[in-house]
Ligand binder design. Structure first.
Ligand code: 5GP
Ligand code: MN
Ligand code: MN
Length: 475
């Protein structure tokens, strides 16, 4: 392991600036997670620390693993007026990929007899898989309206209610979206993909609340032991990927002209104040809206399935939070409040109590932090903390994080056998791709409980509830 890596506490490690690093790199993890961590993470986070205008430190979360340029589980903030940059690789290709969790009020024992039917219906009604298409077709005008309106656009078109919007970041609609900066190709890819899960690790899961760690916060989030919640994990589909790919290319070409010396081409970036930087931000915000609209339409489809099988059930949104974004936020650094562009790639925003952007009903308790684990282990809900504001710009982990590549996983597991084994544990998997299931084997991920424990002990976010999968519709 890297010589420069120094332990600060049982859950914090630091690499002091060396070479071209402008700030230190900080990694939150316990000893076991650090030992198992992909060495690439240390190299990548060190590279991120060399980028112009970076503030305070480059951070890696406990679930961090190798990513394109920036590690997945990376957080970095830049000051536009100090030459700060925006990076397409620092946001990730699945722009605004995120999780939303819905309260059902149903007891696990009442859902149990309907599990098969719920699994089959959800699988039939929610399109999943590579290139899956939905019922909604958007013409040019509809596309631009969706890209400007996000979940608000979806609600205006009958997919959900005003109450949903209050529980979504940015009130369901990201300001500053510029559909004009999104290429025709990106829009074409998205024409009929709204309301679809996509492939890979995207999922719709029925989960049972099996443990409460913080009764006060659980109460406020309406999480009760033995009850069932629905979590939806997906992003901006083909549109986000296309935007990421195109701007990455543009940033690689533009960077030298801005005097940016890249330690790795994959870190391609552009000054926030530059035309390329501004164009990317406009397009990225449109993709954020696309993801918010997508999760909103999927929520509507989910509600229809529940209305058919369990009439009278109300699926109300607890929260929706993205984990691949670049957002303009105010943070206090060395006693000074500064406007920063915070990149979170595979990292969840985790605002503590009192943050003005939280919904009124949750403002005094803090932001729900929604974390996936795997289809066979556990997932968690955490809450943002006060002290998180002084650490990693109020960010936490976003999942367990991969511990091996998809390719390695397919050599170790078989999709069919996994589905059968999980079924014997009472977990029903429905997926269009058995290969995809093998790639997503629970054993291909880190120990989510250890990751969440490290985030909790580091003060990034506090554990509220542990969830166990019952049904997983897998992309
Ligand atoms: P990513 O956003 O990096 O694609 O994935 C986020 C996290 O979701 C992963 O790190 C993993 O821990 C978690 N995850 C992947 N597949 C599943 C699944 O089927 N169910 C649950 N609950 N979590 C999953
Ligand atoms: Mn994701
Ligand atoms: Mn994604």
């Amino acid at each position: 392991q890297l010589d420069q890596l120094k332990q600060v506490s049982d859950v914090e490690w630091r690499i002091a600036p060396f070479g071209k690093m402008r700030v230190p790199a900080v990694i939150y993890a316990d000893q076991a997670l650090i030992t198992e961590m992909d060495d690439k993470v240390f190299e990548q986070i060190t590279n991120v620390a060399t980028l112009p205008g970076i503030v305070q430190a480059a951070y890696a979360m406990p679930d961090a693993h190798w990513g394109y340029g920036f590690p997945i589980g990376g957080v970095a903030a830049f000051d536009a007026d100090a030459g700060g940059v925006v990076s397409a690789g620092g946001v990730g290709f699945d722009i605004s990929c995120g999780v939303r969790t819905l309260h059902t009020g149903l007891k696990a024992e009442d859902v149990a007899p309907l599990k098969q039917r719920l699994a089959d219906r959800l699988f039939t009604h929610i399109p999943a898989g590579v290139g899956s298409t939905g019922k909604l077709r958007l013409d040019a005008g509809g596309m631009d309206a969706m890209l400007r309106g996000g979940a608000r656009w979806a609600v205006e078109h009958g997919y959900g209610s005003e109450a949903d919007l209050d529980r979504i970041e940015e009130h369901g609609c990201m300001a500053g979206a510029e559909p004009g900066q999104v290429s025709e190709h990106a829009k074409r890819r998205q024409r009929d993909e709204i309301g679809t899960l996509g492939s890979g690790n995207h999922y719709l899961e029925l989960q049972e609340i099996v443990e409460i760690h913080d009764t006060k916060a659980a109460d406020r989030f309406r999480l009760r032991q033995g009850e069932v919640v629905v979590s939806i994990h997906c992003g901006s589909r083909g549109l986000g990927h296309q935007i990421g790919t195109e701007f990455l290319r543009q940033m690689v070409i533009a960077a030298p002209g801005y005097g940016i010396d890249l330690p790795d081409r994959e870190l391609a970036c552009a000054p926030i104040h530059s035309p390329v930087g501004q164009a990317y931000l406009g397009a990225m915000r449109a993709a954020v809206n696309c993801a918010l609209a997508n999760r909103q339409v999927i929520t509507h489809l989910t509600r229809k399935v529940f209305a058919d099988l369990l009439p009278g059930t109300h699926l109300s949104l607890i929260y929706d939070v993205s984990h691949n974004t670049c957002k303009e936020e105010w943070h206090t650094v060395d006693g000074q409040t500064r406007r920063l562009y915070v990149h979170r790639k595979g990292a969840t925003r985790a605002f503590g109590p009192g943050h003005p952007s939280l919904p009124g009903e949750l403002r005094d308790i803090g932001q729900p932090v929604l974390i996936g684990g795997s289809m066979g282990t556990a997932s968690y809900i955490l809450v943002g903390t006060e002290e998180g504001g002084t650490r990693a710009f109020s960010s936490a982990c976003h999942g367990a994080g991969r511990s091996m590549s998809r390719h390695q996983a397919t050599r170790q597991w078989h999709g069919r056998a996994l589905v059968d084994e999980l079924a014997s544990q009472g977990i029903l998997i429905r997926s269009p791709s058995l290969r995809g299931v093998a790639e997503e084997a629970p054993g291909a991920y880190k120990d989510v409980s250890a990751v969440v424990e490290a985030a909790d002990r580091a003060g990034l976010a506090r554990k509220v509830a542990k969830l166990k999968p019952l049904v997983c519709i897998k992309g």
